[in-house]
Design a protein around this ligand. Structure first.
Ligand SMILES: [Zn+2]
Length: 81
């Protein structure tokens, strides 16, 4: 009831592409790509809270990659007065 219409167990919540999740497709969990591919913690952090633990992300989004412009997040610089 609270799920947005665009949400799908087969879709990556980050990019909207097919997440290729074996479990969502009704196959054995051990056949899922996530068993062989480590998921970057920063990728997991981008998953909407309501989707965490329910929806898998896709292999591309799971790969760790540098973020060139991190506008949001914890500010590491000196705080302005
Ligand atoms: Zn994705």
């Amino acid at each position: 009831m609270t799920a947005p219409p665009t949400s799908s167990a087969l879709q990556c919540p980050l990019c909207g592409q097919a997440n290729q999740c074996a479990m969502a497709a009704g196959q054995a969990p051990e056949t899922c790509w996530c068993m062989a591919t480590p998921v970057a913690p920063e990728a997991l952090a981008q998953i909407p809270v309501e989707a965490r633990g329910k929806v898998c992300i896709c292999p591309l989004c799971a790969q760790p990659r540098p973020v060139p412009d991190s506008r949001e997040g914890v500010a590491a610089g000196p705080a302005p007065i």
